[in-house]
Write a protein that binds this ligand. Sequence first.
Ligand code: 3PG
Length: 208
Amino acid sequence: MADATSVLHVSPVIPVVTIDDPQQAVPVARALADGGIRIIELTLRTDSALTSLKLIANEVPDILVGAGTILTPGQADAAVSAGAQFLVSPGVTPALLDHLLTLDVPVLPGVATVGEVMAVLESGLEAMKFFPAGPAGGPAYLAAIGAPIPHVQFCPTGGISLATAPDYLGLPNVSCVGGSWLAPRAAVETGDWQRITELARQASGLGA
Ligand code: 3PG
């Protein structure tokens, strides 16, 4: 088991990227890197996700690429085999958490309640994804969790934008946020890499 605290400090924003055509994978990753972002959460929501993951892991060494949308132990294993350097889940079940703990890559289990935070903490992990951040209560909710449980670091994701990211990043228990806004589906589909680089540049500026 590897704690994911270091993963939370790579960039102020982890782009949540969904790729349909594997030919888009490397250009998207390079466009994000050109904008100063050094990490990607690639969702396992498309048939070609594992192929895209492998391509980024092999061809874009300055990007740390992880797999998101991990729902089952089997998906976790497949993602690690494809080269995932960390794993992210939207939530956890006891079976999934047990399995994630057996892996050598850092994992960011998803949580949305205080009880879930405590369950993951019991397993020894202190870095978690807070999902879905906006609907679950936003910055005020995370600030409240930080009072009784100050040692857990979160990557809030879900409903966050460039405009609202600073509200989260200003919290002591938030090291980065996640969001799909850096790689909009339309920009990926039309190959608008410049737009993605510009969005990445704005997002990486949030850490300044
Ligand atoms: C995720 O998978 O983490 C979310 O779908 C990303 O949320 P967003 O699209 O609201 O940024």
